[in-house]
Write a protein that binds this ligand. Structure first.
Ligand SMILES: C[S@@+](CC[C@H](N)C(=O)[O-])C[C@H]1O[C@@H](n2cnc3c(N)ncnc32)[C@H](O)[C@@H]1O
Length: 210
């Protein structure tokens, strides 16, 4: 099995919310971006257990790019006890808090992607204030509430380099299918004059900085 096939097969087994067709689209667009700009700096907001990091990391490894995978690792609102996406297996028995960091670390180690995928543990906007490297690829899949999604958009999209790729997850045209904030920031990016549409797959939207 090729390294590519091995990584894409492994990504499919990791816990997460990324449908297969969207994960493969993430990989393909990142791969094309890596061919345009080798050795790029990439960042994802929302690491969870490492699923999207492996799709992106597979493309990153092929182009000698580095993916920063950012998360505070305590889950979003909908991941907490009593909510729809709660997984009791991810609760740290030491303090009763959700903690996806050990699972994320195991996922990246098992994929042998530790030289390509680098974890950043903290709140998105705090890290953004001290992160000055232009981004050749930014994937937004962090908090989906209004405040979190807009804060990510405002803090991180200005860091996308000219011709850099902006990918946004969970964008639903129909409000009956999912929450509004990812859709709103996607519309804001398009309306800003800084980004143009490149593609879409399911709820994944791909834009490029002009
Ligand atoms: C939908 S999950 C990410 C899924 C992941 N991209 C995947 O495909 O496997 C959203 C993640 O965003 C993280 N998150 C939410 N708000 C955050 C914030 N303000 N700063 C850092 N991480 C945050 C949560 O902890 C959660 O792990």
């Amino acid at each position: 099995m090729s390294r590519r096939d091995e990584l894409l097969a492994y990504a499919n087994t990791v816990k997460g919310f990324m449908p297969r067709d969207e994960g493969l689209a993430l990989y393909e667009h990142a791969l094309a971006q890596g061919e345009r700009v080798p050795a790029g700096t990439w960042l994802e907001i929302g690491a969870w257990c490492g699923k999207s990091a492996i799709y992106l990391g597979a493309a990153g490894e092929a182009s000698s790019s580095v993916l920063y995978s950012l998360d505070h690792h305590h889950g979003s609102e909908e991941n907490q006890a009593g909510w729809t996406h709660f997984d009791p297996a991810l609760v740290d028995s030491a303090d009763g808090r959700l903690n996806t960091l050990p699972t994320w670390q195991r996922s990246i180690a098992r994929a042998h992607l530790e030289s390509t995928v680098v974890g950043l543990v903290g709140q998105s906007v705090v890290v953004a204030k001290h992160f000055n490297q232009p981004l050749d690829l930014l994937f937004i899949d962090g908090g989906h509430g209004r405040d979190a999604a807009w804060a990510d958009y405002e803090a991180w999209t200005p860091k996308v380099a000219p011709a850099g790729l902006l990918l946004i997850h969970d964008v639903f045209d129909d409000p009956a299918e999912g929450g509004r904030p990812p859709f709103e920031i996607y519309q804001a990016a398009r309306g800003s004059g800084h980004f143009i549409d490149v593609a879409q797959e399911g709820s994944l939207r791909v834009l490029r900085r002009v």
